[in-house]
Design a protein around this ligand. Structure first.
Ligand SMILES: [Zn+2]
Length: 110
């Protein structure tokens, strides 16, 4: 399979996963974008638009879940406080390990 096809497949799989999580978490997502980001893995806006770093496509699905749930929770919880942490624990499990792994991949952020 050509690299471009793999990328298209990964994009579709990523989008499907965002859709699944949005349903699970009861969040209304109005748009999902995957693009090159220099300083972060993802961002969300108050009008329901999510933007993800396309470098995520090369990583595994456990890390996708971490980033997707992280952003979706911000629709209702704008900070990383106790509520956000307990929801991350409930849905992603060992989210701190995911965060640490992502940080190790984020060489472009240094
Ligand atoms: Zn956050």
């Amino acid at each position: 399979m050509a690299a471009a096809e793999r990328t298209a497949e990964a994009r579709a799989a990523f989008r499907a996963r965002v859709g699944d999580w949005a349903l699970t978490l009861g969040v209304a997502v109005r748009g999902v974008y995957l693009r090159k980001m220099r300083t972060k893995w993802a961002s969300c806006s108050t009008n329901g638009i999510l933007t993800f770093n396309r470098d995520l496509l090369a990583l595994d699905e456990q890390l996708w879940d971490y980033v997707i749930v992280h952003e979706l929770l911000h629709f209702d919880v704008p900070n990383h406080g106790r509520l956000w942490k307990s929801l991350m624990r409930a849905h992603v499990g060992d989210w701190e390990a995911c965060e640490a792994r992502l940080r190790s991949y984020a060489t472009f952020m240094r």
